[in-house]
Design a protein around this ligand. Sequence first.
Ligand code: GRG
Length: 276
Amino acid sequence: MMIKDIIDIEAKSFETELREFFDNKKEFYPDNLYKAMEYSLFGRGKRIRPIIVRLCADFLDINRNKLKDLAIALELIHTYSLIHDDLPCMDNDDYRRGKPTCHKMYGEAMAILAGDALLNLAYETALESVSKDNKLFISALLLSKCSGAEGMIGGQVEDITLENPSEQEILSMYSKKTACLIRTAALIPAYLHINEIVYEDLNEYGEKLGLIFQLSDDMLDKNVIEKNSYISNIGEQETLKLINKLNADIKKIMSKYDSKADLLIQLADYVANRKR
Ligand code: GRG
């Protein structure tokens, strides 16, 4: 089966889990808040982060069901970050995934609250999963660190404040803003594995895949001038070169696992050349 088909199957299967999870919340939430959360949570997202959790769990022969709730928590955090990123005080975007943004549909106040509620629900879900299996504690801790001031939020602050950034500053900002959550997706299963070398390799894999993801996002948006993007500041050819270098690094790191790492390598190829 081609990696694209595998990604489609995994995304659909994750979405079924997420739907069941979220349907169970409906009776407890204010109706309009639930609708705003649901609108962004089920808006044709690629589900790449939960897919990475699943494929890395398979790579380590860990039962992926154990990580179901943490994968959901990760997607909830990702969704909240998109809602807040689109707000007028941030990127001020009217459209996301080809549809009006959450605040355009439900108003600014409701969009802020929907983002806040998704973030809270993420921690509620992560804590619940730790209470069922305390081996998940470090994975949940990493999730909170990587989405916070040391990670995604810190990266967003750098993105807002940097002026004429150097190449290093852009890559450091990308590493926090985008790669941190993707690295977390690879490390959530890795913490259940005792081998430190495998852990380090997945850490590197996640970091490089996260950077490729952001640089390929730059390529997809290459006609939009973003003040602090790699492509706008360093150039298109250099962006392509760096994507290829990071992808080659991944192949080198993961080749020691022979065919066991095939899917993870194919996933990196897919992200490096993605069309959406
Ligand atoms: C905490 C107030 C506050 C805001 C958080 C950190 C942040 C704002 C936003 C980050 C959002 C962003 C633009 C990140 C860059 C990474 C990126 C390319 C996100 C898009 O992810 P995809 O392509 O989205 O996986 P889909 O639509 O597939 O879910």
